[in-house]
Design a protein around this ligand. Structure first.
Ligand SMILES: [Cu+2]
Length: 142
């Protein structure tokens, strides 16, 4: 009997060890859940991220960003007034992209496929200094 009990005891220890291993694997499952959480990040409007630009009453925030070539940048009008995202300088559109009028809460996206520096401005507020720049750089090589 004592031998059997000892065996059972060892068996329990083994089970515990296996369980710990499974918990380790469970970590991967959690990571998958975290991907779902990533969706939450996407849903969190206004949260700063590398390819997102906010629009306040008279400014783009941040006004200058750097992204990898191929990145889609999203501008979100988080203010209470209408803005535009218009490529060009000094209030002169260069025709590359133009969001048209963006009402509060609306977004505009543009995918940058070539390396370069892309200045843009807001038509109604360019005279108030509402300008920005997207610097597109070579792939980071991930
Ligand atoms: Cu504006």
């Amino acid at each position: 009997m004592k031998t059997i009990k000892t065996s059972s005891f060892l068996f329990i220890i083994l089970c515990s060890a296996i369980s710990l291993s499974l918990i380790g694997c469970g970590g991967s499952t959690s990571a998958t859940d975290d991907d779902g959480g990533g969706g939450n990040n996407g849903g969190g409007t206004g949260e700063p991220s590398a390819n997102a630009v906010g629009m306040e009453s008279q400014s783009f925030t941040p006004a200058e960003i750097e992204v990898e070539v191929g990145t889609t940048v999203t501008w979100t009008n988080g203010s209470s007034v209408t803005h535009t995202v218009t490529s060009g300088t000094n209030g002169q559109s260069d025709g590359m992209f133009d969001s048209g009028e963006l009402s509060p809460g609306e977004t505009f996206t543009y995918t940058f496929t070539e390396v370069g520096s892309y200045p843009y401005f807001c038509i109604p507020h360019v005279n108030l200094g509402m300008t920005g720049t997207v610097n597109v750089v070579e792939s980071y090589g991930y």
